[in-house]
Design a protein around this ligand. Structure first.
Ligand code: SF4
Length: 378
């Protein structure tokens, strides 16, 4: 059976981090309760409409900070998923969390409601750097979140870490990585800081007040992360993601394989039967639409075969296993060699992309410049 993921977006956080370009804003007023009601209405509508009769293989409650909701609220959400969709026997159910919103009672409730994977936004295990990026939690809170998650029975933990932070040195990064490894998470996501338009960091950068590390240092941090994690038994399976074998994120694998997914909530995207639907971003507008009986998406697009093929190639190349040539042939009756012609030949002759009979993948040499390569294939 083909994989189908369900993504539920919670657009609220305790405060806004300086680098954050996600669809999230500080929690305020009675909005969050009303938002949860709207989510449940949207879920019911989608499950009776174009999502009818579907079986979920993974659920990912992301944000924002989903654990801003207590155990009772997220139980209500997961119970509704159970009512409105069928699930495979052991679906992966992930909840994203920020260490400043974690407590034992809520974690127990999330587990009882079926959540079996927790993704914790640790970002750095260094209080000075956490402050520099406006995180509203401390190292002690991050460590406590991990301990509480283990006590609640979460056996699948992801820790998100960011490198290339303002004033961060290679040594700082090494200390954060080592401290994270001591916690023995099953999964680690290592992201390079990216300065996105519209963020506080973008404004600081344009004023020249953001002290980012030199490119060479950031490249060294990337290399260090890769080597250290490999030495500790983690397998890099996507450009930024590492797992103990068997603990790869099923939900995200489906996304990188360009599988189908349903997105609920403000700004969420669904991809289904060649259709791409994007919900309105603003939570208030989202709630108004849902409460008026309308669909939440404002943008729908039927992807052409070409566009979908390129997307499958570019997403699949993010995986270390690469993209399956037989899948491309089956879905699109296209092969990358003839489709990309000279462009692909160039990357192959530069040793950046490799192919065999089964698949096509980015080489080790290509990984530091993966984004540039993918932008030529998109
Ligand atoms: S906690 Fe995450 S989603 Fe919320 S503002 Fe910070 S980076 Fe953005």
């Amino acid at each position: 059976m083909a994989e189908l993921g369900l993504y539920i977006h919670i657009p609220y956080c305790r405060s806004k981090c300086g680098y954050c370009s996600f669809n999230s804003a500080p929690w305020s007023g009675p909005g969050p309760e009303a938002y949860l009601d709207a989510l449940l209405s949207e879920m019911e509508r989608v499950s009776n409409g174009w999502g009818a009769g579907q079986t979920l293989s993974s659920i990912f409650i992301g944000g924002g900070t989903p654990t801003i909701y207590d155990g009772r609220a997220l139980t209500r959400l997961l119970d509704a998923c159970r009512t409105h969709f069928s699930w495979i026997d052991s679906p992966e159910i992930t909840i994203e969390t920020n260490p400043n919103t974690v407590n034992a009672a809520n974690l127990d409730a999330y587990r009882s409601a079926g959540a079996n994977r927790l993704s914790i936004g640790v970002q750095a295990l260094d209080d000075r750097l956490l402050q520099a990026i406006d995180r509203s939690h401390s190292v002690a809170q991050a460590l406590q979140a991990v301990a509480l998650a283990r006590e609640a029975g979460f056996t699948s933990l992801n820790l998100d870490l960011i490198y290339g932070l303002p004033t961060q040195t290679v040594h700082d990064w090494q200390l954060s990585l080592s401290a994270a490894l001591e916690l023995s998470p099953e999964h680690l996501s290592l992201y390079e800081l990216s300065i996105e338009p519209g963020t506080l960091f973008a404004a600081k950068q344009s004023k020249g007040t953001l002290a980012l590390p030199e490119d060479d240092s950031t490249a060294e941090m990337a290399e260090l992360g890769h080597k250290l994690l490999a030495r500790h038994g983690y397998r890099r399976y996507e450009t930024s993601n590492y797992a103990v074998p068997g603990s790869e994120c099923r939900h995200n694998l489906n996304y990188w394989r360009n599988g189908s997914y349903i997105g609920l909530g403000a700004g969420a995207v669904s991809s289904f039967d060649g259709l791409r639907l994007k919900n309105v971003d603003a939570p208030v507008e989202y709630m108004v639409r849902i409460n008026a009986g309308q669909m939440a998406f404002h943008d729908g697009e039927a992807l052409s075969l070409d566009a979908s093929f390129r997307e499958s190639v570019v997403l699949g190349l993010r995986l270390m296993a690469g993209v399956s040539l037989s899948m491309l042939q089956e879905r699109y009756a296209l092969e990358p060699q003839s489709y990309y012609g000279e462009t692909l030949k160039k990357f192959c002759s530069q040793g950046l992309i490799a192919l065999d009979e089964e698949s096509m993948w980015l080489t080790e040499k290509a990984l530091p410049v993966a984004n540039q390569i993918l932008s030529e294939l998109v």
